[in-house]
Design a protein around this ligand. Structure first.
Ligand code: SF4
Length: 180
């Protein structure tokens, strides 16, 4: 908990489309109510870009596809008391995991050589290295709460956060499902 007794929350996206975070923002005016109960201490949605040492709730969107994703997932697990997988990509790999049926070298060739008209080349600087296969978050680190949906609705995210704020263990299956 923060010194204000608000629940501290950190979020980030890994290999996702940011749609789950957009769904978070779709809580609209409820965000004002939420802001009285939680502090977002790290997120693409806020200016704070350094993950604090201790966070109450971590929320991860997207799957683990690159070494950068893996590093972030491990950091969230290390620093967050409770870790949430938000959305189908985080929960089961979803769209990013479609590449798992192909060899990584074929995927790279398709993206960077065959489908470009200018300077076809595989990047080897400033682009995080892709892992051989895409994994859901729990394929690499322990996850406490799974919120399926592509994206999960704002109502589902609201429900889960409220349950946590009230000190209850949320049951997302009552408010969302895969592909919802
Ligand atoms: S679950 Fe759907 S909305 Fe969320 S990151 Fe994946 S593709 Fe985007």
């Amino acid at each position: 908990m923060s010194t204000t007794n608000k629940i501290t929350v950190a979020t980030t996206w890994l290999d996702g489309c940011s749609g789950c975070h957009m769904s978070f923002l779709d809580m609209d005016e409820r965000l004002i109510e939420l802001a009285q109960k939680i502090d977002i201490v790290y997120s693409p949605l806020v200016d704070a870009k350094e993950l604090p040492e201790q966070v109450d709730v971590g929320i991860l969107e997207g799957s683990i596809s690159s070494d950068d994703d893996l590093e972030k997932a491990k950091a969230f697990r290390q620093h967050c008391k409770l870790l949430i997988s938000l959305g189908d990509c985080a929960v089961n790999g979803n769209v990013p995991a479609m590449r798992n049926q192909f060899k990584l070298s074929d995927v790279m060739d398709r993206a960077y050589r065959e489908n470009v008209t200018l300077q076809p080349q595989i990047p080897n600087r400033e682009v995080p290295a892709l892992l051989k296969t895409v994994k859901p978050i729990h394929g690499e680190v322990r996850v406490d709460v799974f919120i399926p949906g592509c994206p999960p609705s704002a109502d589902a995210i609201w429900h889960v956060l409220n349950e946590l704020i009230e000190g209850r263990v949320p049951d997302p299956s009552s408010v969302t499902r895969f592909g919802a």
